[in-house]
Design a protein around this ligand. Structure first.
Ligand code: X2W
Length: 282
């Protein structure tokens, strides 16, 4: 293969200011089920996260897995419906959600990070009472809204050089409760509790689109509120941008909504002048 080694060296050199700026930064990355793609996409995501860790950032992965939950529910013949982007979750469904997210998906990501030479530990919001929820809406059943966060375990892990991988399943205020939490909501609550430097929401669209259909690369919280009110931000982008606004209010420095299917999306956003997707700041 004939590669331009000089260009590769220059790319590394040009990344220096970004590496310096983000040294020690806490970066929460939401890895959605739709962004996971195939084994190669998973390996590439894992490599980016291991690189972040290697150059001195503190990445925390919070994952989804909606399509994987749908797949097992289908195989078990359990019907599933969504209301305003959230899964109506009865007793049987919450068991499948917990099995798929904390078992299959969480361990797949942990393994992918280990395979790339990083150290990862998988947990759910139940571990160390990290995410304590109340019911979000009676119509949704066991869907949780985080009301209390205990994120010290995450600091303990990243201070030890370990990448935490969190499944969005939570405990409740009463004994023996299990809640299904939307992955974006969980990532926003964790980023807020950590007052993270960045929350990266990896999804399968290129960012927040303006009235002319083009992706808007930089937005303020005020602009986002206006775009929601005008209807420019609609559908699935509403819960994502609302999560972003809540995270900013909780003290996250910036939230980026970006396309996780783009190769090296996280590196493009953090370590190049180009950036990726839409950045929302106060
Ligand atoms: C989600 C949790 C997984 C998730 C669900 O049951 O599908 C709720 O809807 P993605 O891949 O990020 O969509 N929970 C309450 O958020 O997955």
């Amino acid at each position: 293969m004939n590669r331009d080694w000089t260009a590769i060296a220059r790319t590394l050199s040009e990344a220096l200011p970004y590496l310096q700026r983000f040294s020690g930064a806490v970066v929460v990355v939401k890895f959605g089920g739709n962004a996971m793609g195939d084994a190669e996409a998973m390996a590439e995501f894992a490599r980016d996260v291991v690189l972040m860790r290697q150059v001195g950032l503190n990445p925390i992965v919070v994952h989804g897995g909606g399509p994987m939950i749908n797949d097992l529910l289908n195989r078990l013949g359990i019907e599933s419906n969504f209301v305003r982007g959230k899964r109506v979750t009865d007793k049987a469904t919450v068991e499948v959600v917990e099995m798929v997210l904390t078992g299959l998906v969480n361990k797949r990501i942990v393994q992918a990070i280990m395979d790339e030479g990083g150290r990862a530990v998988g947990l759910s919001g139940k571990d160390d009472d990290m995410i304590v929820c109340e019911p979000d809406d009676p119509e949704l059943g066991f869907v949780g809204r985080p009301v209390e966060m205990n994120v010290q375990v995450l600091r303990d892990l990243f201070n030890a050089g370990i990448i935490p991988v969190v499944a969005p399943v939570a405990t409740g205020m009463e004994a023996n409760q299990t809640f299904n939490v939307n992955g974006d909501t969980a990532a926003g609550a964790i980023a807020g509790a950590l007052k993270a430097d960045r929350l990266l929401l990896l999804t399968d669209v290129s960012g927040v689109k303006g009235a002319n259909g083009d992706v808007v690369t930089e937005l303020t919280d005020v602009q986002v509120r206006e775009m929601i009110a005008e209807g420019t931000i609609a559908g699935g982008m509403i819960p994502k941008t609302e999560t972003a606004l809540e995270a900013l209010e909780a003290g996250v420095r910036a939230v980026v909504i970006l396309d996780g299917r783009v190769p090296n999306a996280c590196l493009l956003e953090l370590f190049t002048e180009h950036g990726a997707g839409s950045m929302i700041r106060m």
